[in-house]
Design a protein. Structure first.
Length: 138
């Protein structure tokens, strides 16, 4: 189960019709989709997913945003998946994201930044299991 990461296409990108464009960038970068679903997080579920940020000043805004509309959750496989995917998505704030990154192309602000990407192998496993049963991970 190593070399996997977890991603979400966030409500802003979903609403703006960028799901296909983002999946295309993910495929073009060599990631294999091993689980995927479109879903809509409740406030409670979004709060649980981002519990690690509970003390941060933007937590309320983040939970509200992430439960605002549908998302696409996916598990991606590739050698060096976590690090390479963080590179592909770019900096949290799109103003600092490099050319060619998903956030440079599709994010609108530091909060509404189009995609999530796990920051460690451990969190990738926890986050993937949050959305997908073992039977749904291929
Ligand atoms: P990431 O790992 O690049 O996604 O960034 P973080 O783990 O630091 O933050 C998690 C998510 O919280 C980000 O992707 C943003 O959606 C949101 N976020 C981070 N900083 C801010 C902020 O200053 N304001 C708001 N509204 N949201 C933020």
């Amino acid at each position: 189960m190593t070399d996997r990461t977890f991603t979400m296409i966030k409500p802003d990108a979903t609403q703006n019709g960028h799901t296909g464009g983002i999946l295309e960038m993910i495929n073009a970068a060599g990631f294999r989709i091993v689980a995927m679903k479109m879903t809509h997080l409740s406030e409670a579920k979004a709060g649980e997913f981002y519990a690690i940020h509970k003390e941060r000043p933007f937590y309320g805004e983040l939970v509200e945003f992430m439960s605002r509309g549908p998302i696409t959750a996916a598990i991606l496989e590739k050698e060096n998946a976590v690090e390479d995917f963080r590179k592909l998505i770019g900096a949290t704030n799109p103003a600092n994201a490099e050319e060619g990154t998903i956030r440079k192309k599709y994010a609108t602000s530091i909060g509404e930044n189009a995609v999530h990407g796990s920051d460690s192998d451990e969190n990738a496993a926890v986050e993937g299991n949050f959305f997908f049963s073992k039977l749904e991970q291929f």
